[in-house]
Design a protein around this ligand. Structure first.
Ligand code: GUN
Length: 296
């Protein structure tokens, strides 16, 4: 049986280090890291927003939440983003996705000042990741968190290892591939229309949002599996549902060397990395480099 990768424990470790680092930053510079989260509508994601606020406060950060009604016009979402861009108490601005259909998510994301874009979604940050300018970039939090979990198993240098990323989203798949490349892995990116997935991967990151698309016989024994997928499927005819990942967990767990459990254990790492990025933003604002090593 494979080793379970404990995302909760890894996230708690990041948050504990952040708390100490933030106390030090505040004591030495007077800067209190500040994060603002905007949510539009009562999406189930509101639970995560409350959770982010709680974790931010636990790290000693200043935290603000702006909840807007579902029907809020786009320009009334842009206005608070612009206000937060100019607010010196706020170092990280995050607009929870998905947004209601009448709002252009990309327009909102690109309105966030790149130096406060703790999601790493702004084109400037995406470009910096692609070109290796990480000293001044922010990296998308789920791939950055997944990278830390991979590091726990394989260390920082992935030279000689084959990595397979299943999924090509801007939020997870593409930045994940870039981070793995940066760590010297040999990277293949597959996606839902891919036929004949390569079976040579030492590291497999599944982020395709297709329930149990990755079968156990697609992976070689000993692989490290990071399953980012959270998919709700019907559980037979009893009207109930259950959560599954992008990988067939039971079978994969018998073959993998190490695997994240289902439901996804990467979520706590994503939130921890949002806090790490906020700390980084505050450190940069205070004229300091990054004290905390979070994503290569
Ligand atoms: N919704 C799901 N994941 C994310 C994320 O990483 N950032 C934001 N802003 N919204 C999300």
């Amino acid at each position: 049986m494979s080793k379970t990768i404990d995302g909760n424990e890894a996230a708690a470790d990041v948050l504990a280090k952040l708390k100490v680092a933030a106390e030090q930053l505040t004591a030495e510079t007077g800067v209190v890291p500040g994060i603002a989260v905007i949510i539009v509508g009562q999406d189930p994601a509101s639970v995560y927003v409350a959770f982010k606020g709680k974790k931010a406060k636990g790290c000693g950060f200043h935290s603000a939440e702006h909840a807007l009604p579902t029907q809020t016009p786009e320009k009334e979402v842009i206005a608070p983003v612009e206000k937060l861009n100019a607010d010196p108490r706020i170092h990280g601005v995050l607009v929870q996705l998905p947004l209601p259909d009448h709002i252009d998510s990309s327009r909102i994301t690109q309105t966030i000042a790149p130096e406060k874009d703790v999601d790493g979604f702004h084109f400037i940050n995406v470009g910096k990741l692609g070109t290796g300018e990480l000293d001044t970039a922010f990296v998308s939090c789920t791939p950055a968190g997944s990278m830390l979990l991979i590091e726990h198993v394989h260390g920082r240098d992935l030279s000689g290892l084959n990595a397979l990323v299943v999924g090509r989203s801007n939020i997870v798949g593409k930045p994940m591939a870039n981070l793995l490349l940066r760590a010297n892995a040999t990277v293949t990116v597959a996606h839902s229309p891919t036929k004949n997935l390569p079976r040579s991967a030492d590291i497999l990151v599944a982020a395709v949002r297709r329930p149990e698309m990755t079968k156990a016989d697609w992976i070689k024994p000993g692989v490290t599996v990071i399953d980012v997928g959270i998919n709700r499927i019907s559980d037979g005819s009893n009207g109930k549902s259950r959560l599954v990942g992008d990988v067939v967990y039971g079978e994969a767990a018998t073959r993998a060397g190490a695997i994240t459990p289902v439901p996804c254990d990467v979520g706590p790492m994503t939130i921890a990395l949002v806090m790490a990025n906020t700390f980084t933003a505050a450190s940069r604002d205070a004229g300091r480099g990054v004290a905390l090593e979070t994503c290569g």
